[in-house]
Design a protein. Structure first.
Length: 280
């Protein structure tokens, strides 16, 4: 680099020589990094798109398979129950037992298919989000659970709940799953379930469903939200292990999350958050 400089003796020229090898190498290195970054971003976009396509196909398959399985299963269950009612006691005790196993298997399969349908529907597009009374959604869930509540003698209480912007049908389903589980996994005491909601500093509504049931060992906190995961044998508690997985899927697609705090023998409190969207 040359720079003219006027002086009393005339124009002088200053010269500066700089080794820019390091800068050139750095520029080349940064260009390589930028190229790799763009390549990685493109691969990530393609991977996400492929995962979405695969997930959509799997979800559609689960829905169609579950839906189409119901009719032949209904026929099997119907004729098996007919056998049980018409020929019970007319054959030997083994035959009665075998027919009983078949009827029980049909009933369990029907429950599993219905739960699979509920799980696949939970991943479909929600209805238009609108102002919804969480208290009304809870009341709808309790109406659906009235037989379970009546048979168990459960006492369900709740604090004033907010009006939020969400999918009312899916919120009802979450309440129904959580309150239903609280009653199902009860201790020797009369089931006591309390529902409340608070707004945290992050401007999210935190709903809680607290019970006095059996409680859960902390090592199983993550497992219970996985599809088909059960902590108790089928002959102890009925169910397919799908309810909490459905709740998790619904809450997450509505922009929130779900978790539990519990200790064995001391009941459980299930929490789920939903974002504030001009709620009150």
């Amino acid at each position: 680099m040359l720079s003219p400089l006027e002086s009393a003796d005339g124009i002088l020229v200053t010269a500066a020589v700089r080794d820019i090898s390091a800068r050139k190498n750095a520029e080349k290195h940064m260009a390589l990094i930028d190229g790799e970054r763009k390549k990685s971003e493109q691969q990530l976009v393609e991977t996400v798109a492929e995962l979405k396509r695969s997930n959509d196909e799997l979800q559609q398959f689960a829905y169609v398979a579950s839906h189409d399985l119901q009719e032949p299963l209904r026929m099997v269950a119907s004729f098996t129950q007919l056998l049980a009612s018409r020929y019970k006691g007319q054959l030997d005790s083994d035959a009665d037992e075998f027919i009983g196993f078949a009827v029980d298997g049909c009933n369990r399969m029907r429950g599993l298919i219905q739960d699979l349908l509920a799980y696949s529907r939970a991943g479909t597009a929600a209805k238009t989000l609108r102002q919804t009374s969480a208290e009304s959604a809870l009341q709808a869930a309790l109406t659906n659970l009235r037989t379970t509540i009546g048979e168990s003698g459960a006492v369900v209480t709740y604090d004033p709940l907010p009006t939020i912007t969400t999918d009312s049908t899916q919120l009802t389903q979450v309440f129904q799953n959580l309150v239903g589980n609280a009653i199902k996994y009860r201790s020797a005491e009369v089931p006591q379930v309390h529902v409340s909601a608070t707004k945290n500093e992050g401007r999210k509504w935190i709903f809680s469903v607290r019970d006095n049931g059996l409680g859960i060992d902390p090592q199983y906190f993550e497992r219970i939200f996985i599809l088909f995961q059960r902590l108790h044998p089928q002959n102890e508690f009925e169910g397919t292990g799908i309810g909490l997985a459905v709740s998790k899927k619904i809450v997450e697609r509505l922009g929130g999350r779900i978790w539990v705090e519990s200790q064995p023998g001391k009941g459980s409190t299930f929490y789920f958050s939903l974002p504030e969207r001009g709620d009150k």
